[in-house]
Design a protein around this ligand. Sequence first.
Ligand code: B12
Ligand code: SF4
Ligand code: SF4
Length: 272
Amino acid sequence: MTDLNERVVMKESIRSFAQNLGVDDTGFAAVISYNSPRSEKIEDIFPGARSMVIMAMREMSHCESPNPQIAMSGRIDIMEFGRHCTFSLARYVETKCGGRAMGIPMSYPMEMNPSKNTGVVADISLRHAAVAAGLGAFGRHNLVIHPKLGSQIVFCGIITDLELEPDPACAANPCINCNICVKNCPAGALDEEGRTDVFKCMKKSQPYGLAKSIGFWKEFVTKTPDEQGKMFFTKDYWQMYQAQFIGFQYFCFKCFTVCPVGKRKISDTAGS
Ligand code: B12
Ligand code: SF4
Ligand code: SF4
């Protein structure tokens, strides 16, 4: 399809389908303007892909809870919702718009290969895709801030071979440089501007992840059978066990929740 009018009609039907799924905002990017230097090239993932449709969803208050189970349970809910939106939109594009579509992983799977130092680089970076789709800009915390929804948002989306008009870039960076995110990061992972110290962040935000597992098993093999039995009855082992079946279990959401931009007050929505 090349006619501009038809492309605009199709784009708006895709936007309206996405919005009706219940997401908070939807943006369109041309694949050529997506630029994530460390991630795979889109043509190696989906030859012929031309556009990206990215959806933003605001997280509810669960992630502000000091109770890590409540915070993470809400995250699991929004990931499931995001996966539902991803698949539904891909299906809509393939069954109603005559295009091909592939969903972007919201978090995992991603390549896990220590010799390539992967495990923290997604095949497709949703933050770079969201910026290309005009949904926001990188803030001081290296997350993408949406001008109205703020920082407390997660992204999901699809790539497609349909040619869809891209949305304009976000007019101004919504970050007000207040440094609240930097001061509140319990790991000091944001001290250097433009870079998250991934390992500092992971130690605090995923204390029962891969590093804990490696440390546990390295220690385990040095112990007697009696000591090994005791190691299975520790908080560390039980938390690790749970984190493994959840996938990634986050214990820190600070940079995500303290940012004042777009922060919703209960009074904004009360009664509506
Ligand atoms: C792996 C991963 C992590 C890793 C590594 C993070 C990292 N810095 O790359 C760890 C475990 C540390 C992590 C932590 C978090 N993550 Co995370 N993570 C991902 C994942 C799966 C891949 C990210 C990736 O590929 N990074 C590697 C490459 C792309 O990054 P990079 O090239 O090095 O670019 C970085 C810097 O160079 C810099 N940068 C690049 N260009 C520019 C331009 C400017 C102007 C500036 C200032 C900076 C900048 O920022 C980039 C990101 O750090 C994505 C999902 C996805 N598919 O994209 C979610 C994702 C990025 N995570 C997300 C979130 C919310 C978090 C956490 C808040 C944890 C939590 N409790 O939810 C923290 C925040 C940490 C932080 N402030 O940086 C959201 C972000 C939403 C948003 N509003 O932007 C995503 C998009 C998940 C989603 N589906 O929405 N995450
Ligand atoms: S998730 Fe927590 S530890 Fe990681 S950068 Fe954000 S505030 Fe720091
Ligand atoms: S907390 Fe302040 S400095 Fe950090 S991203 Fe938000 S507006 Fe920018």
